[in-house]
Each structure stands twice: as C-alpha cells, then as structure tokens.
Design a protein around this ligand. Structure first.
Ligand SMILES: [Fe+2]
Length: 306
C-alpha cells in the first residue's frame, strides 16, 4: 500500500499564489484519489515494492492505468516538495549549470513558463538534469520522469485543478507567480547534487514521511507517547507499532526542524529512549536537518544521544 504523503506545509502557506481551498482540494481530493486508485490497482501483489520500482515497469497497454496513477501519485508528491513559502534562491554549482544551459536564470524562467504555457492539455512541466546538463521538458497526463534517464529537479502541475480556482484559465500567469514565489531552490539543489554525485535523490517514501512536530507542546506529547509505547512495545506491523514509528520520527526530528540544541533534560530523555530502543532492537529514524545538503537523503540508524 502506498501512503498519501502529507503536504510539507499548511494548506494556506502558499497564499496568495495558491489558496488554501486549492491546496485542500488538490491534495485531499485529487492526489488522494490517485493514490487510492493506485492501491486498488496494485492490490496485494506488489506489496513492499517502491513507487519508483513500479514506475520502471515496461509501459505495456495493460499497465497504462496503473502507470498513469503511479505517475500522478509520484508527480504530486514531488511537486509539493518543490514548493515553499520561504525565500530561497539557486546557488553554485546549480547556478552555473543554469547559465550553461539557458544563459541566465531569467532565461530558464521564461523557457519553463513557455513550455508550460504551450503544452497542450493536462500534464507537467519539468526541469531535469542529465549529469550537469539541464533542460526543460513536459509530460502528458500522468506521465512521469521519476525514473530517468533525466533526473527530475523540479516539476509544476499543468492540470487545471492546480490553478483554476486562483488563476482561472491564465496558466502563464500562474506559472510566473509560481516560479517567482514558490519554487523551493533548496530542494532543486539537493536533486541536482544527487544527479551528479552518489547521493540519493528524493524518493516517494521520503515524501511520505510524517509531518514534523514544531511546537514544544506537540514535542512533549509525542515524547510521552513514545515513552509509553516503549515501556511495552507493540507487536511489529500493528497499527500501534506504525504509530510508534511515526512518533519516534517526529521526536527525533524535532530539534533539527526547530534548529535548536537539545536541552540537557531532553538529552537525558533521549538517552533513556535509546536504551529502550536498543533493548527492543528498534532504531531511530535519522536524517540530516532541513537546509543541509543531505536532508532529502533518507537513512536509518544511529541514536540521537550519540
Ligand atoms: Fe494535480
């Protein structure tokens, strides 16, 4: 079963370019429906297979519906992660690659908007990299560039459901505002580095990770829940076990997300949790903090108090 990834921001975070109403409809109805249909088509037979693996299957006619829905599931999750309300800007070496391919960042902007504007019907407009060579491409309907040979760096949804409530039929206006206000250049750069190094690119599983907890109260609540679970760990694979994993991940990410050092009291509590985790052979989910080069690279292992 594939999970519907949470949005990595609040519904209203991208206003005024994309309203909360658009984001709610787009994520909760459209994206959710693609994931639901995908799960129904996949059935039990593909259990445990990653979405990327599924998308590498040969595109035979009998798989068209499956691959279209798989593409839509992947593309939307990648699209959410390529957006942020924070102000970001491209830096080297990505900027040099942009200059080499397009002449300037402004020329890339225009090429991206033109490609999206002139694309007939529904689909997606992409910035991709083959090594350090960048280009702009489009795909129709649920067509996805998830599995190469070009590595996707950024995508924008050209389906009318993405922009019609806020921009009506002005696709070019939407693309311009989207480019100027919402592109998450930190994410684009991480994908560019992955395309040129041994680093792993973003994957659907990464996008499906739980929303971080950001307030101290929520952190305390998550920590308390984890501590309770670890006093008597639930059986593997049960809903409580999955819930514990989510809460562990949120607890483990809290300080990195807030960019604060654990207090000595927190450190002591983490040390205690580490002991419990070791006793039950469980491991902390672990990833580098947001804003660092490897943030999008999922890795497991280690302990927070180490
Ligand atoms: Fe969409």
């Amino acid at each position: 079963m594939f999970a519907l990834p949470n949005l990595p921001f609040d519904y209203s975070a991208l206003e005024p370019v994309l309203s909360a109403a658009t984001m709610k409809l787009h994520h909760d109805k459209h994206h959710a429906k693609y994931v639901e249909t995908l799960n129904a088509l996949v059935g039990e037979s593909e259990g445990g297979v990653s979405l990327e693996t599924l998308l590498r299957l040969p595109a035979t006619p009998d798989r068209e519906k499956l691959l279209q829905n798989a593409g839509q599931a992947w593309n939307h999750a990648f699209f959410w992660n390529g957006m942020t309300a924070a102000e970001t800007a491209p830096a080297e070496p990505l900027l040099g690659a942009i200059d080499a391919a397009f002449g300037s960042l402004g020329a890339l902007r225009q090429a991206f908007i033109d490609a999206g504007k002139s694309h007939f019907g529904s689909g997606w407009v992409w910035l991709v990299a083959r090594g350090d060579v960048l280009s702009v491409r489009t795909t129709h309907d649920g067509g996805s560039l998830a599995t190469g040979p070009d590595a996707p760096l950024l995508v924008c949804d050209l389906w009318e459901h993405a922009y019609y409530l806020d921009h009506q039929n002005d696709r070019a206006g939407f693309l311009g505002a989207w480019w100027d206000r919402l592109v998450n250049w930190e994410f684009v750069e991480a994908q560019y580095r992955a395309a040129n190094t041994a680093r792993e690119p973003w994957t659907y599983a990464e996008g499906s990770r739980p929303q971080p907890v950001v307030t101290r109260d929520d952190f305390e609540q998550a920590l308390e829940e984890v501590t309770t679970y670890l006093a008597r760990p639930p059986e593997a694979g049960t809903p409580h076990d999955k819930r514990m994993d989510v809460r562990l991940e949120q607890v483990g990410d809290y300080h990195a997300v807030r960019k604060v050092e654990p207090t000595s009291a927190d450190a002591a509590r983490f040390a205690h949790l580490d002991e419990r985790l070791k006793a039950f052979e469980r491991r902390w989910p672990k990833r580098p903090p947001p804003g660092t080069p490897d943030h999008w690279q999922l890795s497991l292992g280690g302990g927070l108090s180490q």
